[in-house]
Design a protein around this ligand. Structure first.
Ligand SMILES: C[S@@+](CC[C@H](N)C(=O)[O-])C[C@H]1O[C@@H](n2cnc3c(N)ncnc32)[C@H](O)[C@@H]1O
Length: 512
């Protein structure tokens, strides 16, 4: 195994890794700066799962409020976690969403139709009652103490902690006992799963990588038992529990960094070792934590419970996977799993008022490869061939040219389904100026006209921003309209010109 580059180091409030931390944390950053830069729209329901490339709800709300009116139909062919769908239905807009990643559809349905706080709480109570004794026995030492955190140096355990009140206490454990803890029996999960990893040095995955290289047998057994308990539930509660499990997987794995020497750069080096988090990619650090897997699950569950409690009773959106039912029966949402290039063909011409979308940004995030751990445990198979992304995994043949061509084909069909004078708002950035090619060709290849753009300032500190090869410091929202109507173009621009840094031209660094 290789080790993660240090720039991915980030500490969060132990296992409660959050999207804010992933998106905004930078080494040696202060909590004040972090919170100042963290939009509220990554919290609550939106904060409980670390789906890649999530954009905060405020970014969507601003566009929905400025570009649409109630009952309008909004389309996003690259749905992601589905926060845009939630904002649309909350604001009484109808919504069409597609994504090729199975977990995205699940997340979207959770946001649109969550279980009640009471339903989820009662399911969690019975899960806890059934699992707690067995899981405790897996983490119990001969002293009777139950380990919450185990610190590994490669394949040797060096420290064990338990929880005492709100504190962590290091246990004095002799070497023989640690050895028995190291040699936990192999465990073969009986729940169906399918993992497919690619040779991709960027995210440190190997084609021969097995899931038990990323998890201890103890953790695999707890995950399997949680899945058994989940099968006893149904409907929205079952979906929520499966997503809670997937949200906790990173922290249950051997990919949790042990963070030491914090503050070194400021000359106030800390002696303590803190529990970091799982970060982008499949890095198993030399020094890593194994966190009690049931605790990880329950931490995520509590986060979702709190979000549901804060949300209060909410209307459940009506969802269909059938285009004709959506258009004829006035359902709230039309959601389908699959390749947008194919799915857009199901939509009639000029049937959509506005398109709000955030496509993959070149090679910044290989979504399906990075979701393999989630989708694998949940038993989903992904259509890797249809994914629009540039990947370092050579066997996937996803390069700059296939990316540009496919994105243009999708945008061209977006143009067909959009009403005349309708707007498409595209959130974009890339690691390389080459990856802007499809946007450069958008006006010549389709009848979209560029209106203007503005930066999404909050994204400037994201750890996935990498502007060395020409990308921009922050993501941008780029507005285009269908047709050449200059009055319409001017009217849209006037509607956005109050935004700081609104510009009628592309940023110089990426303009053609
Ligand atoms: C930048 S992310 C969207 C994130 C989303 N805006 C959010 O806030 O969560 C891009 C999405 O495009 C999806 N995608 C990639 N290729 C696709 C395709 N051919 N058809 C549909 N979705 C695709 C990925 O699975 C990923 O979820």
């Amino acid at each position: 195994m290789r080790y993660a580059p240090t720039e991915y180091y980030e500490n969060t409030d132990e296992e409660m890794i959050s999207q804010e931390a992933f998106e905004f944390s930078v080494r040696e950053d202060s909590p004040e700066r972090l919170s100042a830069r963290s939009p509220e729209g990554y919290k609550g329901l939106a904060g409980f799962h670390k789906y890649w490339g999530k954009k905060p709800t405020e970014a969507w709300r601003l566009l929905i409020e400025r570009l649409t009116k109630p009952e309008d139909i909004v389309l996003d062919p690259f749905l992601g976690s589905g926060l845009v769908a939630k904002e649309c239905t909350d604001l009484n807009r109808r919504f069409i969403g597609f994504d090729i990643n199975p977990i995205c559809l699940e997340l979207t349905e959770l946001y649109l139709s969550p279980p009640t706080h009471r339903e989820l709480k009662s399911a969690l109570q019975s899960l806890h009652k059934n699992l707690f004794p067995k899981v405790n026995s897996l983490y119990r030492l001969s002293t009777g103490d139950v380990a919450t955190h185990i610190l590994w140096e490669d394949s040797t355990i060096v420290k064990v902690w338990k929880k005492s009140g709100r504190c962590r206490v290091e246990l004095i454990v002799d070497r023989d006992e640690l050895r028995t803890f190291e040699d936990a029996h192999k465990y073969t999960p009986h729940n169906e799963s399918n993992f497919r990893f690619f040779e991709n040095s960027r995210i440190n995955s190997k084609s021969n990588m097995e899931i038990d290289q990323l998890f201890t047998p103890r953790a695999l057994e707890v995950i399997d038992r949680i899945l058994d308990e989940i099968t006893k539930t149904t409907g929205n509660t079952r979906r929520a529990l499966r997503l809670i499990l997937s949200a906790g997987l990173g922290q249950m794995s051997c990919m949790v960094f042990a963070v030491s020497k914090r503050g070194k750069a400021r000359g106030i080096e800390s002696k303590s070792i803190e529990v970091g988090s799982w970060v982008i990619g499949y890095w198993r650090p030399m020094q890593h934590f194994e966190v009690n897997a049931l605790n990880c699950f329950e931490n995520k569950a509590n986060k979702l419970l709190k979000a549901l409690n804060d949300l209060g009773p909410s209307r459940k959106a009506s969802i269909t996977a059938d285009a004709s039912v959506f258009f004829q029966n006035g359902k709230d949402c039309f959601l389908v799993l699959g390749d947008s290039e194919k799915l857009l063909q199901k939509l009639p011409a000029e049937s959509v008022n506005v398109i709000l979308t955030d496509p993959p940004h070149g090679d910044r995030i290989p979504y399906l490869e990075l979701s393999e751990m989630w989708n694998g445990f949940l038993g989903y198979e992904s259509d890797l061939s249809g994914e629009l992304v540039i990947s370092n995994a050579k066997t996937r043949n996803k390069d700059h040219i296939t990316y540009t061509q496919k994105l243009l084909r999708i945008f061209s069909d977006c143009n067909r389904v959009l009403k005349n004078d309708g707007v498409i708002a595209i959130m974009f950035n890339a690691r390389s100026t080459d990856h802007w090619e499809s946007l450069h060709q958008l006006e010549t290849e389709t009848s979209f006209s560029f209106v203007g753009c503005y930066p999404m300032q909050y994204s400037a500190g994201s750890v996935v921003q990498d502007n060395r090869a020409g990308g921009l410091k922050s993501d941008y929202v780029l507005l285009y309209t269908k047709g050449l109507n200059s009055n319409n173009i001017q009217a849209i621009s006037d509607h956005f010109k109050d935004l700081p840094s609104w510009s009628r031209a592309l940023p110089a660094r990426v303009s053609k």
